[in-house]
Ligand binder design. Sequence first.
Ligand SMILES: NC(=O)C1=CN([C@@H]2O[C@H](COP(=O)(O)OP(=O)(O)OC[C@H]3O[C@@H](n4cnc5c(N)ncnc54)[C@H](OP(=O)(O)O)[C@@H]3O)[C@@H](O)[C@H]2O)C=CC1
Ligand SMILES: O=C1CO[C@H](CO)[C@@H](O)[C@@H]1O
Length: 393
Amino acid sequence: MATFRTVVVGTGFIGPVHVEALRRAGVQVDGIVGSTPAKSRAACERLGLPTEFGTFEEALADPSIDCIHLATPNRLHFDQAKAVLRAGKHVVCEKPLAMNSTESGELVRLAKQSGRAAAVAYNIRFYPLCHEAAARVRNDTLGNLLHVTGSYVQDWLLKETDFNWRVLAADGGELRAVADIGTHWLDLIQFITGRHITSVCADLRTVHPTRQRPTGSVETYSGGANSDDGPTAAASEPVEIATEDCGAILLRFAGGANGCLWVSQTTAGKKNCLRYELAGAKQSLAWNSESPNRLEIGSRDQPNECMVRDPALMDASAAAISSYPGGHNEGFPDTFKQLFRCFYGSIAKGEVSGPAPYPTFQEGHREILLCEAILKSHREQRWVDVAGEDGAG
Ligand SMILES: NC(=O)C1=CN([C@@H]2O[C@H](COP(=O)(O)OP(=O)(O)OC[C@H]3O[C@@H](n4cnc5c(N)ncnc54)[C@H](OP(=O)(O)O)[C@@H]3O)[C@@H](O)[C@H]2O)C=CC1
Ligand SMILES: O=C1CO[C@H](CO)[C@@H](O)[C@@H]1O
């Protein structure tokens, strides 16, 4: 692959995951930057990276940097992605792409004008068995798609004392659980089925209308088992929360299938669990991110099967994003590696303006439009059509 020089922005939970995955994908990482030069230096030293860049702006100003990865809180994505594209660089932005569809629509236009590649890190597509499921839908193995159901549930925000910037609408956006984890499911299912979701009917709920905010800073998933006693409770203040902890969304797909999604960040014992079941007229497929190397294939008139991830047995598209033989499990960090291999491989082949094999800003924008339809549906307690991608309803 051609040599690319990259910098990652954000030193919290997922920024270092990007660094590790880029290195494993064979892409050069020239630094990681945080909110202050001191935090940038500390993260670079921890990860064994050069300490040349202290801030996002310094990385932006260096013409030899080809691509910047944005792993910062949601409220920063729009300005930072805009700045990266205007600096003439490729960009990988974490999800959700922006805080609203005005922002995400502008990013789509800017990305097109710039001639640079622009991806949103919907990494879950890059579990090989999710590509296998997409191939089986494409090849009509399932038959006519009837319905799609599933959930994405976690427990790290279960307690009133659990806190993170995501719970504040000003930092994460008006929708929280749906935007943070629900959009992974919605992106994945639209990728697998090749169909857009056209209408939604949502019922959302804030379990904790007040949370205790620690007076210090909090990193993602840092709650742990003791977060409702001890130092956190001693140094905290009550904050009103308007974003949802959980909710149900009924779905209608183009072409007639329907379905539903349950999203929750308050399900005890579920650490990070995405499930789906696709039901076709001939077969069904079921997958769970907590055992990602197994795909259940359901039949009515013959025994059910369980496909174990194995590049020798999967569709070529799934084998292409699988680096290890069957039985050698691949997981969460591998999805980022495969996404980045795909992104940089595509740029190296000069595919920037054609259809992309990774989630683009256009698809990130679509997720934001879906979020807006879901919020409107919840507020108005009725079905809402998802706006067209030009922003028109
Ligand atoms: N695709 C996936 O699987 C995942 C995606 N995400 C997404 O990634 C993004 C980051 O989430 P996460 O890592 O969990 O969040 P964290 O809070 O753990 O990390 C965010 C980081 O961004 C830094 N930061 C804040 N402001 C700036 C700035 N102006 N310039 C540079 N760095 C800054 C923070 O620094 P400081 O601590 O000093 O404020 C912190 O290091 C979110 O959009 C989230 O939705 C997150 C997890 C998984
Ligand atoms: O995949 C993910 C795992 O959980 C994180 C915290 O809710 C999400 O932000 C992220 O997208």
